[in-house]
Design a protein around this ligand. Structure first.
Ligand code: 13P
Ligand code: SF4
Length: 350
């Protein structure tokens, strides 16, 4: 990265001292991650944002829903900055508040809403988290989805899982002992989700039809191909991958789990990783004694994560150092109250 920009980021950060706390998601670019005070998966970053009351500015190097969650979990005197407001998440955009309300109305008309517990993946807007919080549900991340679902099935008989069908299905089938037949997919673009009343009544998991555009591109063929090319390879994938990919893999977990698994791996072992490219590249660099490769070379970076680059970070830090607060992410008090209830339920999971 440009040495002048590196020097400017370092100078602005030093000038701010303890006033700024920089969080970096594992999918961020190297040029950005070098300035993070803490790196983590979505769960760890949510916890770390909440544990930093003394910093008036939180610079979130990640995507919009993460910055919103940080604002919800931090105090009123803390301001959360997202260096580029265009850093969204296509998966989070696949469930809008109106669509989810419409789905809930359909469940209510059918007389089953009171036995359905809504669970939303962290990768959703604050509105959706508030919707879930208001109805007694919980947020989950890829590192606690099983515990969140166990909790949800203690509260009710059915789960509406938003917005990632893959995380919902993979967790239910591979970790909870449910079957594929227990799951149906609710398509918000079809009347009644494209499902019959009977299907909605009988399903244990009503999965929202959302997915990650990056992880959705790994295929069973990529797993089979790497197994033929690299004998003895360990296939390690994120649970946002499609069910057939996750089923064919050897290890499944969040970004933090992927990092820990590589750290514990034997020297000389081979690893094909199915997650975002910035992280895989960083892992390959950090483990020269292991053969670390990308599961499928045709899959690329998460384009919205990548929007946070060094120029945007420098711009945000320098503005803060001048006393301006650029790109502040704020969630209104009413939404915060309900979304926080759902996030707090997640943070309290055993
Ligand atoms: P985790 O870091 O929680 O595994 O999430 C991955 C992701 O897609 C974030 O957008
Ligand atoms: Fe969203 Fe997928 Fe990018 Fe994560 S990797 S921010 S889920 S689009």
């Amino acid at each position: 990265s440009d040495p002048q920009l590196v020097a400017r980021a370092a100078a602005a950060k030093a000038a701010l001292g303890d006033k700024v706390f920089v969080l970096g998601h594992h999918y961020q670019r190297d040029e950005v991650i070098q300035f993070a005070d803490v790196t983590g998966d979505s769960f760890k970053l949510a916890r770390d944002a909440a544990a930093r009351p003394q910093a008036p500015y939180i610079v979130f190097c990640g995507v919009h829903f993460m910055a919103e969650s940080a604002d919800i979990l931090t105090g009123d005197d803390q301001r959360v900055v997202l260096p580029d407001l265009a850093a969204g998440c296509s998966m989070a955009d696949m469930a809008t508040f109106d669509q989810v309300e419409e789905c809930w109305d359909a469940l209510t008309d059918l007389g089953i809403a009171d036995r359905v517990v809504p669970v939303t993946y962290m990768n959703s807007s604050a509105d959706i988290k508030a919707f879930v919080g208001r109805r007694g549900g919980v947020v989950c991340t890829s590192s606690n989805a099983k515990r969140a679902l166990e909790w949800a099935f203690e509260q009710g008989e059915q789960v509406l899982f938003l917005p990632d069908q893959h995380l919902g299905r993979n967790t239910a089938v591979l970790e909870m002992g449910l079957t594929l037949d227990d799951c149906v997919v609710y398509n918000p673009h079809r009347p009644g989700g494209g499902l019959t009343d009977e299907q909605l009544r009988n399903a244990k998991m009503i999965l929202w039809k959302g997915h990650c555009s990056v992880h959705g591109r790994f295929s069973l063929a990529s797993v089979e191909d790497v197994r033929t090319r690299v004998p003895g390879v360990n296939v390690l994938v994120h649970p946002e991958c499609r069910h057939e990919v996750v089923t064919a893999a050897d290890h499944i977990g969040s970004t933090e789990y992927i990092i820990k698994t590589l750290e514990a791996a034997e020297p000389g072992s081979s690893w094909a990783i199915g997650t975002e490219l910035n992280l895989v590249k960083r892992l390959a660099g950090a483990h020269p004694d292991k053969n670390v490769m990308f599961l499928d070379k045709t899959v690329c970076f998460c384009s919205t994560m990548n929007r946070i680059d060094l120029p945007h970070l420098v711009w945000a830090l320098e503005a803060l150092a001048r006393g301006e607060v650029p790109n502040q992410i704020t969630v209104d008090p009413e939404t915060t109250r309900h979304a926080k209830a759902a996030l707090d339920r997640m943070l309290a999971l055993p």
